[in-house]
Design a protein around this ligand. Structure first.
Ligand code: FES
Length: 148
């Protein structure tokens, strides 16, 4: 008998990615966020990435988050921008970020990780991120299948 499609959906959390991290954040390091940047100057996107890394490094639970750099997420008018993703969950594009919001973004990432589907309602986000979500993308990684 062929199992129904619903039988393939698991309630188990998705497996960790190689290296131990299960949440991945791509930060656009070329975002200018409205600043006029001199050649060679650190852009606001890069400064946000560093601030996020610093906040993450200061946390005791540093192994669950991987931060990657990317150039342009096609949200230049609403930068700094970043995408958060995790296997089996919605991915989210966030904008209007910046160094002062790094700690709040990390708190959001923790809530995202703990959520079942990736949905974090505005009321569950830090106040500075209430208007940050620009869009969401379905996961390309299917839900984890239960072992036979
Ligand atoms: S440069 Fe960051 S979204 Fe385009």
């Amino acid at each position: 008998m062929t199992p129904s499609p619903d039988a393939r959906i698991s309630t188990k959390p998705p497996p960790a990615q190689a290296g131990g991290a299960d949440v991945c954040v791509h930060v656009c390091v070329t975002c200018q966020a409205g600043e006029i940047c001199d050649d060679g100057a650190d852009r606001p996107g890069l400064r946000f990435r560093r601030a996020l890394e610093n906040a993450h490094a200061e946390a005791d639970d540093a192994d669950w988050l991987e931060i990657r750099e990317i150039s342009c997420l096609a949200s230049c008018e609403r930068g700094c921008a970043a995408v958060i993703s995790m296997p089996g969950k919605w991915s989210y594009l966030l904008g209007r970020l910046g160094e002062p919001k790094a700690a709040d973004f990390l708190a959001y990432a923790r809530t995202y990780r703990a959520s079942k589907t990736g949905v974090v309602l505005p009321s569950k986000r830090p106040a500075s991120l209430h208007d940050a979500v620009l869009g969401r993308i379905p996961s390309l990684v299917p839900p984890v299948e239960d072992a036979p």
